[in-house]
Structures are given as structure tokens and as C-alpha cells.
Design a protein around this ligand. Structure first.
Ligand SMILES: Cc1ncc(COP(=O)(O)O)c(C=O)c1O
Length: 362
């Protein structure tokens, strides 16, 4: 391998931020996005065909795919929906295709890597604004040229905090900008019947596009963009991550429909909220930067070595957790992203908090 690549790996090793694959068999899950335990819901295998055989535009389309999109549009009160193979693909497809050369994309500095990567593939101009700052966003809007697109998450994937969506939607409306809200971590968890924060605030009509994913709280795979039928027609024609890839198999679409329907019940969501409440009542709150309703509770440590030490201690105690370092987050913001689930027990949460509190205070 080229020595430049070896040097990059060695640099990460030296900093203590080298990524590696691991699995957590038998350990207590405090790191997965399976917030409601839905990944374990069994759904029937209806089709004898396990592969979709091609792109949706060639041989990979199915009545299950189309039925699922109609269902999603109705369920999430949207004009239309288009399913992508993953949230990563949805964001890459949208941001590389929709904003045109000369347009301006303004994105929150904490936006997910998939949005950033889509922006990198776009010919539009792009600028970040300070996290959740309406003032900085408005300053940037005033400097923007041509059509303006604003990209935010509703529940941020790393810090687990919420965006001021209502205020941002008002700003977008005032300046005629198009707002895109990634609800990857909010869907299934927050809002009425887990339908997300946009729905909760009744902002569906003020938002140009919503991205929802099925691989997190819904325990499935894939993602959908929600918006107008016109937008879907555009994406089918120009979103390359939709066009040039093999579609999901038909059973994946049936599973999406089933798990989303299952999330209509509040049972697991109520347990999850109870567990988040317990976690926040026990944890030393100075170390948490997250929102009170968020299943993502970021323990900010701000130092690689100390983050590593606490991770190792937690793993030794059978808690499955993952440290988060740069470049996923900024240098100095290192920490451990604790994910709370509906299925975590009172004792598990209590013991986890004990280890964290003792370590951070000691
Ligand atoms: C905010 C956000 N958007 C999109 C994605 C990508 O979704 P998927 O895992 O379905 O590719 C993620 C995944 O971590 C995410 O956190």
C-alpha cells in the first residue's frame, strides 16, 4: 500500500483514534441505534426471491416497494415518499442532485457525514453555520446566492440534542429558502406515535424534504425521502445513488411497512422515555450535553486518553459502548455516546451510571 496511506493509519494509531471492527456478543447494549428493540421483531419472508435483480429503474421495482412508499407518504403526512437503500444513500442522492451550480447550501456544522458527502458531490456553493445558531444562519443567508437550501437534523446523531426547527423553518420561509430535515434518530422515538419532530410541530408543509431512516429505531434497513411528488420525480431522474444501485429485495419493503406500523404503539417508546429519565436522574449531568428526551446521551470528556480509559472500564464491566473521536466530532469534544433502549433494565442503567460517575468524579 502507498506509504502516504500507511502514514495516515500510523497517525491515527499514535493519536489513539484508530478505528477497528468489534462486536459485543453477550454484553449489555448501550451503543446500538436499536432504541426500541425492533431489530428483533420477526417479519415473515413472503417472497421466494431474495435478490431484487436490479435497479428500481430496470428490473428491481416491485409492488411491495410502491405500496410501501404510498404507505409511508400517508403515515408521515407527506405528498410522496421515495425509498433509498440507506440513509447514507438518501442524503448523498439528494444533496448531489438537487442544489444546482450557483445555488447555496447552508448546513449545520454538526450535520451527519452523509449530508456532507452529498454536498461534496454537489456543484452548489456550501457553507456551514454554527450549531443551532439562528444568528449565524441568518448572517449566512444574507450572504447566500441564488436558491438557498438549509440542511439540519432534528435530533443530532452525536450530541443527542434537538434543533430549533420551528425557528429555522420560520427563517427559511422568510427568506424563501428550502429546508431539509434529517430525522434519522428522531423517527420511531419522538413526536406523536414516533412520527418525528417535524410532525410533532406540524411543520410538514414548511419543509421541502424530510429524511427518515429504517435502520435505527425501526430495526430494519433503508431510508425514505418525504416531500412533493415533483421532488420524487426529480430524484428518480437525477439522484445517482437511487438510479445506479440494486434495489432492496421486496421483503425489505414489507418489513419496513410492518415495523413502522408496529411503532404506532407507545409501549416501547414509553419504556424508553422512562429509561432515559432514569439515566438522566442518575448521571452526573455536567458531563451530558444531550436533550432530556433523547435516547442518545453523549458523555463529553474532551480528552482522548480519558475517553479511552473510561471506555475500557465500561467494556470490562460488560457494557457495550463506543468512544467517539475526531473526525466524527471536533477535537476536544471526545466522549462516549451512550444509547439508551427500551429494553435496558433499571439495574443495568444504575450500574452503568455508577461506573461513569465514579470514573469522571474520581
Ligand atoms: C443523521 C443521520 N443521517 C443519516 C444516517 C445514515 O443512515 P443509514 O445508517 O441508514 O445509512 C445516519 C446514520 O448514522 C445518521 O445518523
Amino acid at each position: 500500500m502507498d506509504s502516504k496511506l500507511i502514514d495516515k493509519l500510523n497517525k491515527r494509531k499514535k493519536e489513539g483514534t484508530l478505528r477497528s471492527l468489534s462486536f459485543f456478543d453477550g454484553m449489555i447494549d448501550f451503543c446500538s441505534n436499536d432504541y426500541l428493540g425492533f431489530s428483533k421483531i420477526e417479519t415473515p419472508q413472503n417472497s421466494a426471491q431474495y435478490g431484487s435483480t436490479g435497479s428500481r429503474l430496470i428490473s428491481g421495482n416491485s409492488k411491495e416497494a410502491e405500496r410501501c412508499e404510498v404507505f409511508l407518504a400517508d403515515y408521515f403526512s407527506s405528498d410522496a415518499a421515495l425509498i433509498f437503500n440507506s440513509g447514507y444513500d438518501a442524503n448523498i442522492g439528494f444533496f448531489s442532485a438537487v442544489p444546482q451550480r450557483g445555488d447555496t447550501i447552508l448546513y449545520d456544522e454538526k450535520i451527519h457525514a452523509s449530508v456532507r458527502d452529498g454536498i461534496r458531490l454537489s456543484f452548489a456553493n456550501s457553507y456551514s453555520f454554527e450549531h443551532n445558531s439562528l444568528i449565524d444562519l441568518e448572517d449566512k443567508i444574507n450572504l447566500a446566492k441564488e436558491t438557498i437550501y438549509i440542511a439540519i437534523e432534528s435530533l443530532y446523531s452525536m450530541d443527542g440534542d434537538l434543533a430549533p426547527i420551528g425557528e429555522i423553518a420560520n427563517l427559511a420561509e422568510e427568506y424563501g429558502a428550502y429546508l431539509i430535515v434529517d430525522e434519522a434518530h428522531a423517527c420511531g422515538v419522538l413526536g406523536p406515535n414516533g412520527k418525528g419532530i417535524v410532525q410533532d410541530l406540524g411543520l410538514n408543509n414548511k419543509i421541502f424534504a424530510r429524511v427518515i431512516t429504517f435502520g435505527k429505531a425501526y430495526g430494519a434497513h433503508g431510508a425514505a425521502i418525504l416531500g412533493s411528488q415533483e421532488l420524487m420525480n426529480f430524484l428518480i431522474n437525477f439522484a445517482r445513488s437511487f438510479i445506479y444501485t440494486t434495489a432492496l429485495p421486496s421483503d425489505s419493503f414489507s418489513r419496513i411497512e410492518q415495523v413502522v406500523l408496529q411503532s404506532n404503539s407507545d409501549t416501547e417508546r414509553n419504556k424508553l422515555q422512562q429509561n432515559i429519565k432514569q439515566f438522566r436522574s442518575l448521571i452526573n449531568l455536567n458531563s451530558s450535553v444531550s436533550d432530556i428526551y433523547s435516547p442518545i446521551q453523549m458523555i463529553r470528556i474532551g480528552d482522548i486518553e480519558r475517553t479511552k480509559n473510561l471506555t475500557e472500564l465500561l467494556l470490562k464491566n460488560q457494557f457495550a459502548v463506543k468512544p467517539i473521536y475526531s473526525p466524527t466530532i471536533k477535537i476536544g469534544e471526545e466522549g462516549i455516546r451512550i444509547c439508551i433502549h427500551s429494553f435496558n433494565t433499571v439495574e443495568e442503567i444504575r450500574d452503568l451510571c455508577d461506573v461513569i460517575n465514579e470514573n469522571l468524579l474520581g
